[in-house]
Design a binder for this molecule. Structure first.
Ligand SMILES: Nc1ncnc2c1ncn2[C@@H]1O[C@H](COP(=O)(O)OP(=O)(O)OP(=O)(O)O)[C@@H](O)[C@H]1O
Length: 459
């Protein structure tokens, strides 16, 4: 059974909890019934069938003992031994929660919960109930360990949360704002969102806003009419029109000027665009995904980014965790990339020495997955044998530069992080004789990001 068809009963004497669960579940399931008084539980069950019951462990009368919840669990099971009951327990009540599992509860959630967790627990309970009913088969796995179909890997808790959110919001029309450092996979996630949406058969169009100067912004996004400006030799549609029926991915949204923000906001508010040189508005039909590694809310606090535009962009926000917060995903990804680059270079898939794995886990990966990818590529190409050793890995110049300042801090004066960045960029560009693509690769950032930094440092 899918979640959408589930009938859910929630029993808790805290009306705030009932209200919150109702709000959360209403759009997700067929029916939510809430009940404050556990005494009415059995008569409710006589009248109606529920697929899942959320049952609070504590009620005011026997505060803290947990017995009342266990008592009601027993009564439910007497009435219907197949009932699926999820206990709601308070923090610190884990041992009682475990007792409830022995007494027949399917699962428990701990207050205060994360909404995503509650939904996940409910979905797993519904699935396992269905699996039991249909064939006695074991319950389906709670979540896919990865989005391998999109080459998006991750088994860490942090990435599982991202995948879970993507699953949930992809088939909606919600505008999505992707936040996260450089190279954390925002573009991959944007594509996965599109491919899992109802618009998957229509175009996915990317607009890299950082690469658009003030002069071409409007024409690139909204299109132009022949003769609108000197180079406009014919009519040209913009990215909004090209993405019609599909998804428009606005990358590096945090880097646009206030004037550009105003134009974008008008288009999104009116759901129409006016091509440059025209005065006839054209309706737009796009699902919008935006991404940035800029601290958008800080920029908004400094009046550099419009709050009203943020509200348009971020119906749902997904933050991609930095690679250093993804635990052993570093090793999973390293093995994945090693396989890819070995095949590409006609080499056998290498293995990793234990010391190498340790070295990879200890690095802080400022350039995130992109940096890891390039580091592994280099190691695979340069390694002598079939085993990757610690000395085959050289970390990004950016990181080396920052850690080389790790000596005693200057007694006074600000730490010139920006100076370190500037001199590192210069050194790397010099090393590659001005080749920006190679320099960006070594720095673990995109070419666009490098150009942006050159601009920032007046280089
Ligand atoms: N979870 C992942 N599994 C496998 N590959 C990944 C993952 N995340 C990112 N990558 C790879 O890392 C590289 C960088 O990813 P991507 O371009 O999506 O990051 P980004 O956050 O959009 O970067 P930027 O902010 O610099 O534009 C890509 O080659 C992508 O395929």
């Amino acid at each position: 059974m899918v979640l959408k068809k589930a009938r859910v009963l929630v029993v808790d004497d805290d009306t705030d909890v009932l209200f919150a669960v109702r709000m959360l579940l209403k759009p997700e399931v067929q029916e939510v019934v809430t009940e404050k008084n556990p005494e009415l539980l059995l008569s409710l069950l006589s009248k109606q069938r529920f697929d899942v019951i959320f049952l609070d462990m504590n009620y005011k009368s026997t505060l803290g003992t947990g017995n009342e919840g266990l008592y009601w669990l027993g009564r439910i099971r007497e009435k219907d031994p197949t009932a699926t009951v999820i206990m709601i327990t308070a923090h610190g009540e884990i041992s009682t929660a475990v007792r409830s599992l022995k007494a027949g509860a399917t699962d428990f959630i701990v207050k205060p919960w994360h909404n995503a967790q509650l939904l996940e627990t409910l979905a797993a309970a519904v699935e396992s109930k269905e699996a039991g009913r249909v064939s006695g088969a074991p319950a389906a796995p709670r979540r896919a360990a990865s989005f391998a179909e999109f080459a998006l890997l991750g088994e860490s808790e942090a990435m599982q949360e991202v995948f879970h959110k993507v699953e949930k919001v992809a088939p909606t029309e919600a505008n999505i704002l992707l936040l996260g450092e450089n190279g954390t996979g925002k573009e991959l996630v944007a594509k996965a969102l599109h491919q899992k949406s109802f618009r998957a058969a229509r175009p996915f169009v990317t607009a890299d806003l950082a690469a658009m100067s003030e002069g071409i912004f409007e024409s690139e996004l909204f299109g132009h009419k022949k003769g609108a400006f000197t180079d406009a030799r014919e009519d040209r549609i913009g990215r909004f029109a090209a993405a019609s029926g599909g998804t428009l991915f606005l990358d590096e949204i945090g880097n646009i000027s206030l004037a550009q923000q105003a134009k974008l906001l008008t288009a999104l508010q009116n759901r129409q665009i006016i091509p440059v040189g025209s005065n006839a508005p054209v309706a737009i039909d796009i699902r919008l995904i935006s991404a940035t590694n800029a601290p958008l809310y800080e920029l908004a606090a400094q009046q550099q980014f419009r709050k009203d535009l943020i509200y348009r962009l971020n119906t749902v926000e997904i933050t991609l965790p930095p690679l250093r917060a993804r635990g052993d995903d570093v090793l999973l990804l390293a093995r994945h990339f090693a396989g890819i680059y070995a095949a590409r270079n006609r080499k056998p898939t290498p293995s990793f020495e234990t010391a190498t794995l340790q070295k990879l886990r200890q690095h802080s990966w400022p350039g995130n997955v992109r940096e890891l990818q390039h580091t592994v590529e280099r190691a695979v190409i340069l390694a002598d044998g079939d085993t990757l050793r610690p000395q085959d890995f050289h970390f990004s110049a950016m990181e080396t530069a920052v850690s080389s300042t790790a000596g005693p801090l200057p007694a006074e004066g600000p730490l010139q992080l920006s100076e370190i960045e500037k001199s590192t960029i210069l050194r790397v560009i010099e090393r590659h004789n001005g080749n920006i693509t190679k320099a960006a690769k070594e720095l673990g950032i995109t070419r666009t990001a490098l150009y942006r930094r050159l601009e920032k440092h007046d280089l």
